[in-house]
Design a protein around this ligand. Structure first.
Ligand code: XIL
Length: 394
């Protein structure tokens, strides 16, 4: 499934040819210059910037979550960036339960079909996100009659219908699905999700079973956050994987969302996380990467406390450089594990697109609000262009 043979087919010669040119280009990004350094190989200069997808190790996907303005091609600058830089897309919201089946039995597929076509037309790996989650799911799903919660049989039927319809529609066109999202508490116990309350702990296994039935060829993933920062939660994810394996169900990879901060997780945390998840036998993906630079927001509904929007007028250079170093360190760890990882997906194209703004001004991604590459982009390019040694034992 993960085409391990591709790992042997190394494009080292091509990469070496590009490396010196790219290092120049990366340095230009660092100083904020436009992408036209002299001495750049024409093939690189013509594209204006090196492409992450071309620098990534064979067998890796470099993905990005896209919104509807992008999948409908209204945001043409972003479309251009997505097309040049990435070889995988995730739908930021379009394939969530509430977007697909807001009312019982009424499925909406127009924008969803365009999202899938957007990726297929560009030869990208199209990802499905997400089938079973406690969030962005309409209340009718869990409701029984007379204000009581739906019983197990009803919930299983609704789950099966949703999964069968959605996964079945995009059979052989969506590469892989986040089958279950965020099923864990930070202490590693199962979250008190309405799915679990109604069905029981085996709701996770059932979701994987239905997904496999609907498209036996699709990769199936478990996806969650804080797996790198909370060892107990990571242990919970490993239990989920082992439980699925013991039941003989398909699971291809665990996604650590990668909503990170400058101080956490550390490179050592990321390293340990990949090693431990991979030891189950499944692959590891970083599925929603961004780096939140803002202090915690105040309580919902209240005006933000003073000082909570420190970068409203731009990111100071020292923080910009710290962010670049954080991304470089993270990618060095990813590359050390390049045979364990199959995909790194950013949660948004540019800072202006990020879900992390929410009324403030955040700077979590590789491109700024003007869609210009940030120093962090240059650093990721530099690290991808000269990968560190593989992890011992590989
Ligand atoms: C976020 C989207 O980016 C927002 O636009 C939306 O309002 C809320 O959801 N974990 C996930 C993603 O799995 O689906 C979430 O996406 C971010 C956290």
């Amino acid at each position: 499934m993960f085409r391990s043979t591709q790992h042997q087919r190394s494009p080292d010669i091509e990469r070496r040819r590009l490396t010196s040119a790219l290092t120049v280009a990366a340095a230009a990004a660092f100083t904020g210059a436009r992408w036209m350094p002299s001495g750049l190989a024409p093939s690189v200069a013509a594209q204006g910037a090196p492409a992450l997808k071309e620098l990534a190790p064979p067998g890796w996907l470099i993905g990005v979550a896209i919104n509807q303005n992008q999948s409908d091609a209204r945001d043409s600058i972003a479309v251009d960036l997505i097309t040049r830089q990435f070889n995988s897309i995730s739908p930021e919201n379009l394939l969530k339960f509430e977007s697909v089946q807001r009312q019982a039995g009424v499925f909406t597929f127009d924008a969803q079909d365009r999202y899938v076509a957007f990726g297929r037309d560009r030869g990208m790996a199209v990802i499905g996100h997400t089938l079973v989650w406690h969030s962005q799911t309409p209340a009718w799903v869990w409701a029984g009659g007379d204000g009581v919660p739906a019983d197990r049989a009803t919930l299983l039927e609704r789950m099966r219908t949703h999964i069968t319809t959605l996964v079945g529609r995009y059979k052989a066109r969506i590469r892989g699905w986040d089958v279950v999202n965020e099923a864990l508490n930070d202490d590693g116990t199962l979250r008190d999700s309405p799915w679990r309350r109604g069905i029981g702990d085996d709701y996770i296994a059932k979701a994987f079973e239905f997904a496999r039935e609907a498209d036996p060829g699709a990769e199936l993933y478990y996806n969650d956050y804080n797996l790198a920062t909370r060892p107990d939660k990571r242990a919970g994810a490993i239990r989920i994987v082992k439980d699925l394996q013991q039941r003989g169900l398909r699971i291809d990879a665990v996604g650590e969302q990668g909503h990170w901060r400058l101080n956490s997780p550390s490179p050592a945390d990321i390293d340990r996380t990949i090693t431990e998840l991979r030891a189950t036998g499944v692959k590891v993906m970083i599925t929603e990467l961004d780096v939140n630079l803002l202090p915690p927001a105040g309580p919902r509904g209240e005006p933000p406390p003073p000082g909570s929007n420190p970068y409203a007028n731009g990111l100071p250079d020292d923080v910009q450089q710290t962010l670049a170093r954080y991304y470089a360190d993270a990618f060095r760890v990813f590359l050390k594990h390049r045979d364990d990882i199959t995909r790194v997906t950013f949660w948004g194209v540019s800072d202006g697109d990020s879900w992390l703004n929410r009324g403030r001004v955040n700077h979590p991604l590789l491109w700024d609000r003007q869609r210009q590459p940030k120093p962090a982009f240059g650093e990721v390019v530099r690290v991808l262009a000269s990968p560190p040694a593989r992890r011992a034992g590989n």
